[in-house]
Write a protein that binds this ligand. Sequence first.
Ligand SMILES: N[C@@H](CCC(=O)N[C@@H](CS)C(=O)NCC(=O)O)C(=O)O
Length: 210
Amino acid sequence: MAKLTVHGTPISTYVRTVRLLLEEAGADYDIKDVGIFNGDNESAEYLAKNPFGKVPTLEVDGQLIYETAAITDYLDTVLVGNKFSPSDPLTRARMRQIMAIVDSYLYSQAITTIVVQRLIVPSQGGKTDGERVNNAVSPAKKAVEAIEALTVGSPYLLGGEVSIADFYLIPIFIYLSKTPEFDAITAQTPKLRAWWDQAAQHPNVKKVSA
Ligand SMILES: N[C@@H](CCC(=O)N[C@@H](CS)C(=O)NCC(=O)O)C(=O)O
């Protein structure tokens, strides 16, 4: 197999999505740290790899792939013959819906607002903006409830097999579950609560969270 390098900081949720897939596939890979709070991701060197300055970017024998959906699709294909993408078209559509909900509706509310305000800002000596947090709870709840409606249940989001949908949602829950808003956001999502209780114990989840 080609040499795989993930460019990005290990604290990034999207980097963790890619790492969960790599770990679950048993792949050998390197991580090249690109910080997102110190400006590494806006350096000329990194922007030459990813013009949007987002992490992760995957390097495969000198070829660069950015955008997590493209990276996970590529790795799923070349590493495990699409084992992490359901072959049934409807179940596969559910997986893509969950990935798109995370990208379009959940990430910005849960991570950019709630997690950054609750966990990152105070860790850097700042003060949480309570109004911004409160305004993000309802849209985050809506996104989580939409995922609940698409979820089959345990042990994985789409049933018996782990999929890229799990790799997308787990990193969000790793952080969101550490905020006081988690209980309110997941109050109406019993399947996701049970799913998370199980997922949080998985060795690969602990490994990428470390
Ligand atoms: N659409 C991108 C989103 C990646 C993304 O938002 N990454 C965050 C870290 S989790 C980032 O790079 N943030 C730095 C910034 O926005 O300056 C993908 O799917 O890879």
